[in-house]
Design a protein around this ligand. Structure first.
Ligand SMILES: Cc1cc2nc3c(=O)[nH]c(=O)nc-3n(C[C@H](O)[C@H](O)[C@H](O)COP(=O)(O)OP(=O)(O)OC[C@H]3O[C@@H](n4cnc5c(N)ncnc54)[C@H](O)[C@@H]3O)c2cc1C
Length: 370
């Protein structure tokens, strides 16, 4: 195991496993744990070495997120959103701009993410209404973003805005938005039932001024970059879902071996064993799709189709199989000390983020039928 994965493993055991149930119950995001993660370098795993990061490869990133997701998908998702935003600023923005944000983000002093969705546009990304108008060398942004991971407490976002109404996705650009500047107003965060605590919230932009060097991508490249980033996100979300199901299965197997009914352990009953075996088969299938998508990504090949298959399969599989694993536990599966219901809520969240299941089908069908 690499040094970064060893750190993630130790961090998950010390900070995530003991607190995940409480975070979900209280409905709050674990900002203190994110700060603790920064202290051991877990916010800089994607950032290049010249920023003090560890710049791990995509396969290793999947392992890291799986390790954390076994205990809390929400924590892992929140962490990777800040880590990914910092890495993009470090690699895509001028050094003078990046200096203002990257060190603070890697130190756990500021958090962020990607803001595509709006209160009235989720799946229909081309229909976003946040407007960017050129003003001298810079741009002026007006609009509202909603359902943004980390927006409840973060203040550094790569926000997408329409520069040319009527042009659809082709007119969308991306801009660095600083929540400490004039024109940014955070809106109340989402209170979610049952878990799924990723700090989802939103913000309004009112005549928010973006300086010329704070444009992340101009229309055209911005949409292409968003789509290529989304293939990676779909793949890691799929991996995280497999990890949640695997953790639930492991819990159920330990319980089934110790729980006696009708004169033997639950795990000796054929009906019980076969359900466990079916869950294990689905996890393997999900992992193979993830591995195929990850290989395409690391070889810079087109991962659009495979990442859509992986995400669709793994999120659907997680919703069904976490529930099945809970069934193997009987009433004990409902106890807060076990991850089943938290993971189920997170699997539902995963079914929407980075393109819903239906959007994966649209993608797959468009490629199949072109
Ligand atoms: C906890 C959480 C965190 C999130 N974090 C982020 C973030 O960090 N950044 C960000 O930009 N967004 C984020 N999102 C938003 C997420 O990307 C959207 O929820 C997602 O794109 C779906 O949009 P929607 O919820 O508005 O559903 P809608 O687009 O309103 O769709 C509702 C339902 O209809 C289906 N549907 C829509 N269009 C079609 C169609 N043409 N054919 C068939 N079915 C269709 C959808 O699949 C869905 O099931 C987050 C969401 C959640 C729940």
């Amino acid at each position: 195991m690499s040094e970064v994965l060893e750190k993630a493993h130790a961090f998950a055991a010390a900070h995530v496993a003991p607190n995940a149930a409480r975070w979900a119950r209280d409905g709050v995001m674990a900002v203190d744990a994110l700060k603790a993660a920064a202290k051991v370098g877990l916010l800089s795993f994607q950032t290049s070495k010249d920023w003090g990061g560890s710049a791990i490869g995509f396969h290793e990133k999947l392992r890291l997120l799986e390790l954390l997701s076994r205990h809390s998908y929400d924590f892992a998702f929140s962490l990777t959103n800040t880590a990914g935003c910092a890495a993009r600023i470090a690699s895509e923005m001028p050094r003078s701009v990046a200096e203002r944000y990257v060190p603070a983000m890697l130190a756990g002093e500021r958090f962020g993410g990607s803001a595509l969705s709006e209160p009235n546009a989720g799946s229909d990304f081309g229909g976003i209404k946040t407007r960017a108008v050129k003003d001298g060398d810079g741009w002026v942004l007006n609009g509202e973003k909603g359902w943004i991971t980390n927006a409840a407490f973060g203040d550094v976002f790569i926000a997408y805005a329409q520069t040319d109404p009527g042009a659809g996705a082709r007119g969308i650009g991306s801009f660095l938005v600083d929540g400490r500047r004039e024109g940014f107003e955070r809106t109340p965060c989402e209170r979610l039932a049952g878990g799924g605590v990723v700090g989802a919230g939103g913000f309004k932009l009112a005549n928010y001024r973006v300086r010329a060097d704070e444009v992340v991508s101009l229309p055209g490249p911005a949409f292409k970059k968003a789509m290529s980033g989304v293939n990676q996100a779909r793949t890691y979300v799929a991996a995280m879902c497999c990890a949640m199901v695997d953790a639930c299965l492991e819990t159920a197997i330990a319980y089934g071996k110790s729980r006696q009914a009708f004169g033997s352990a639950l795990s000796a009953k054929q009906g019980w064993r076969w359900m466990a075996a079916d869950i294990a088969t689905d996890v393997e299938a999900g992992r193979l799709l993830v591995a195929k998508a990850a290989d395409l990504i690391v070889h810079n090949e087109d991962a659009a189709l495979t990442s859509a298959h992986a995400k669709k399969f793994a999120t659907r599989m997680a919703v069904g199989r976490i529930s099945d694993a809970c069934q193997l536990m009987g009433a004990a599966g409902l106890r807060e000390e076990h991850p089943f219901l938290r993971h189920l809520a997170s699997a539902r969240v995963a079914s929407y983020t980075d393109g819903s299941t239906e959007m994966q089908n649209e993608r797959i069908a468009a490629i199949l039928l072109k």
